[in-house]
Design a protein around this ligand. Sequence first.
Ligand code: NAD
Length: 353
Amino acid sequence: MILVTGGAGFIGANFVRLWLEQRDEPVLVLDKLTYSGNAANLQPYLEEGRVELVRGDIGDAALLERLLAEHRPRAILNFAAESHVDRSIHGPAVFVETNIDGTFRLLQAATAYWSGLPAGDRAAFRFLHVSTDEVFGSLGERDAPFCETTPYAPNSPYAASKAASDHLVRAWHHTYGLPVLTGNCSNNYGPYQFPEKLIPLMIDRALDGQPLPVYGDGRQIRDWLYVEDHCRALMAVLERGRPGEVYAIGGACEKTNLEAVDTLCATLDACRPRADGVSYRQQIAFVADRPGHDRRYAIDAGKMRRELGWEPRETFASGIERTVAWYLANPEWVAAVKSGAYRDWIDMHYGAA
Ligand code: NAD
C-alpha cells in the first residue's frame, strides 16, 4: 500500500491511474478535495476498491497518525498543494497553510511512523515530495537550464511556499534521517487538469468561441512535460532514486506561451475545425501581464536520464494531440467541473466540507 496525498488532483490522479495500470498494489489517497480535487478523477478505481479515498487535510496531525497506523503504507507521495500561481497572488494565506504548514505536519507524522517501523520496513520506506521548477525563479534567455544544484530564488507566493516545503523535506532527511526524495518538475499538461491552467483553459475557451487570453507579449518560456511522462519519472524516482536526492524533471521542450497556444490552435483546427473554417488562432487576445511574471523556466533533466534511465515519451505535438483528444472525448468532465456539479458528488459521498 502506498499513501498518495493530493491524489484527486491533476498530477496526483494521473499518477494513481498509471500506478494502478502498472502495479498490483493498492493506493490510499488523502485529499482535502479543494476546488481542484475531484473524486471523479479516480473512477473506476474507487468503485473497484483498488483506491481508498479519505477526505482530509495533510495538516491534520491526528488524522495522519490514525491513517498511518491503520494502513501501514510503505511509501508516502506528497502531491497535496495549492498549485495555482494566480490564486497565490490574490490569496497567499492558504498557500502558506497547505504547502508549508501542511508539509511540516506530514513530515512530522511520517517521521514518527517511520521511526516505529521494523528495521527492514524502515530501510525500504520512502517519502517522495512532488515539487516545481518555479522554486528556482526565472531564467534569462541565454542562461543554462535549472538543475538540481541551481540556487533557490522563488518569485511568487506559490513558488515561495513550495520552496519552503522543499527545504523542510531536505532538513527532515538531514536531521532525522527520513528517506526522502524530491522531484522538481516543469509545467505539466494533460488529462484531468483543472481548466484554470493554460492548456485546458485555452481548449475550453477555444471551443466556446471566446478570446484566448495570452499574458503580456506571450514570449514567456515554459518547459512543457506531458503529465504521464512526469508520473513515469516519479515512479522511477520512488523505485530507484537515492534517499536524500533531488531530481530535476523536465521535457527539454521550451516553448513560448504564444507557441504553445499556437500549437494548440493548430491541433484543434485539425481535430475539431470551427464551423466557419477560420483558425482558432483568430481568437488569440493579448491581456495585461501577471505581476512578477517569470520570463523563462527550463530544466536540465540529465540526472534523471543518466541515473534512472528516464526520458519523456511524448513530444509537445503528440502530447497536445493526446490532451486535446481527451478533452474532446470528455466534455461532461469539463462541464461538471465548470458547473461545480462534481462538488455535489463529493458532498454526497464524503459529506459537505
Ligand atoms: P492540483 O491543484 O490539481 O491538485 C492538488 C490536490 O491537492 C487537489 O486534489 C487538492 O484537493 C489537494 N489538496 C490541496 N490542499 C490540500 C490539503 N491541505 N490537504 C490534502 N489535500 C489537499 O495540483 P497539481 O497540478 O496536480 O499539482 C500537484 C503537485 O505537483 C503540487 O505539489 C504542485 O506544486 C506540483 N507541480 C505541479 C506542476 C504543474 O504543472 N501542475 C508542475 C510541477 C510540480
